[in-house]
Ligand binder design. Structure first.
Ligand code: SF4
Length: 323
């Protein structure tokens, strides 16, 4: 069945929409249909740039996959120690770095690692000067730090030791509907919360409470909380649980801090209004990318004055002439 271009919504899509409309256009419209080798050259170029990542994201993704492996091994009755996880993760970082540097990504762009730092020849990734070594070490250290937090933080003991029978999701991408639109959500880990008095107290009908955890490898952002609020709707649709019996928490693995959202009626109505407002703005500029490439001018670039901050790590710099 052919995939059809349609408007969907996610917190990351909303973030891109708010940060740069032109980036949003490249991500969700121009790159559409660019996956075929014989695709329209502009679509192909945007698609290949969209598939690029950067070291902070790549390192963060590896941490997520290492934690996913931990749960997968547990599910099979096997262990995956902190040392094994760190070895696996650092090897994966080095493998991806080489795949990007040596052009190995070209054979399978959608499944490979291609770093924006290499594509744009950034000074931070220059090997002869030693800068690349320093830059790479920063992410090796971050991976170690995050995984040690996951495996050792007393605050995460309960999450590490949840019985597999109580797991609900682990890096599961799923969709649900709000305002007649498909909403994407990928909670990192969700489980039946059996702590005494969990989530608004013991329920009279014995319905389970649900706890959702997102692993964060960077600094806290305002958008993190909104993402947790959206998960409450996901929990309602996916597991038919009362959102008021859902707690969601961001676990910042860099420093071990936790930021928890207790879902209330007020939180839900605020999140719903924010999603509706975001969708209304997106609908106003939406067009069918199967039928045309649209008009990029309808999606303004960030102003020149903001470019040093906004564009310096964007993968689309060459399309915007902001290299
Ligand atoms: S280079 Fe700048 S203006 Fe262009 S898409 Fe990226 S952030 Fe937007």
């Amino acid at each position: 069945m052919a995939i059809v271009h349609e408007l969907s919504w996610s917190t990351s899509r909303a973030r891109t929409f708010d940060s740069c409309r032109r980036k949003y256009y490249y991500d969700y419209y121009l790159s559409w249909l660019g996956w075929g080798r014989n695709a329209d050259p502009e679509r192909r170029s945007a698609y290949l740039l969209k598939k690029m990542t950067r070291m902070p994201m790549f390192a963060g993704d590896i941490v997520h996959r290492a934690i996913e492996r931990y749960y997968s091994r547990r599910d099979q009755g096997q262990s995956f120690t902190a040392d094994e996880a760190i070895d696996w993760a650092v090897t994966e970082l080095r493998r991806g770095y080489k795949e990007s540097r040596d052009g190995g990504w070209k054979a399978r762009p959608a499944k490979s690692i291609r770093l924006g730092e290499h594509h744009y020849g950034e000074a931070r990734i220059d090997e002869p000067s030693g800068e690349a070594g320093k830059y790479g070490k920063r992410y090796v250290d971050r991976i170690k730090e995050c995984l040690m937090t996951f495996f050792q933080a007393p605050e995460l003991k309960g999450v590490r030791e949840v019985e597999p029978g109580d797991w609900l999701a682990c890096e599961e991408m799923s969709t649900f509907e709000l305002f007649d639109t498909k909403i994407f959500a990928i909670p990192d880990f969700a489980y039946v919360d059996r702590r005494a008095g969990a989530a608004s107290g013991d329920s009279e009908d014995g319905a389970p409470a649900v706890r959702i955890v997102d692993w964060k490898t960077g600094a806290p952002r305002e958008a993190d909380r909104f993402q947790l609020e959206v998960y409450a709707f996901y929990a309602r649709e996916r597991w038919k649980v009362d959102p008021l019996r859902t707690t969601a928490v961001d676990a910042y693995l860099g420093d071990g801090s936790l930021s928890e959202v207790q879902i209330t009626d007020e939180v839900l109505s605020g999140a719903l209004a924010r999603i509706e407002s975001s969708l209304t703005e997106m609908k106003a500029v939406h067009f069918d990318a199967d039928a045309s490439k649209g008009d990029p001018e309808a999606f303004p670039m960030v102003p020149e004055a903001e470019a040093p901050r906004a564009c310096s790590s964007c993968g689309y710099r060459e399309l915007c002439d902001r290299v």
